[in-house]
Design a protein around this ligand. Structure first.
Ligand SMILES: [Zn+2]
Length: 194
């Protein structure tokens, strides 16, 4: 696992010494090797932070220890295709360890399974059918929410965020009003729904 830092603040640059990067690469490599669809640590990725300003680097800041790793993973059959893996992590400075808070799995197999899920949702005759569908990665329930206007929906692994899809529809299914939830926009604001 090769990891390239893309960090902005002086605090992060000082933190991301070669030993720190090697420790993070090892954490990600172990995770990839233990995942049933990856089973390899042959990967290249970048580590970055969503908090790139000095005002987040204060002594009591927690978010200064939040990092994201975005990696391309070599497939076991050594084709030119790469699978993708993203992890949102928290570094624990006292123990010098990393804790994965959530992860996004993008193997070819999982993407195919999620495309099949999308077809099942669109064809579902009732909300009850959708409630029985499960994350193809971890078997958790899936979370589905329609936009208030019914012209799009999003669905995701309800527990770990292993996948996320946003889908536009011209004809919402009959049960879509039951699946109205709080529509989370990308800017993080929540729309109240009727
Ligand atoms: Zn899942």
């Amino acid at each position: 696992m090769a990891l390239i830092p893309d960090l902005t603040t002086q605090f992060h640059r000082d933190l991301a010494a070669p030993e720190w990067l090697a420790s993070l690469a090892s954490h990600i490599g172990r995770t990839l090797a233990s995942h049933r669809e990856y089973q390899t640590s042959d990967a290249t990725g970048i580590v970055f932070s969503g908090y790139n300003e000095d005002r987040y680097m204060g002594p009591n800041s927690v978010c200064k220890f939040f990092f994201v790793v975005d990696a391309l993973v070599v497939r076991r059959n050594r084709t030119l295709d790469r699978d993708r893996y993203q992890a949102w992590l928290r570094y624990e400075p006292r123990t010098g360890t990393f804790r994965t808070r959530s992860e996004l799995i993008e193997t070819r197999e999982l993407l195919e399974a999620v495309a099949y899920l999308e077809a099942q949702i669109k064809a579902a005759p009732s909300k009850q059918h959708v409630d029985r569908l499960a994350c193809p990665w971890c078997a958790s329930e899936i979370s589905i929410q329609f936009s208030p206007s019914g012209d799009s929906f999003e669905f995701r692994c309800g527990r770990h965020g292993h996948f996320f899809r946003s889908v536009a529809v011209s004809e919402p299914p009959s049960w879509w009003r039951e699946a109205l939830g709080v529509w989370r926009r990308l800017d993080g604001a929540d729309d109240a729904t009727a």
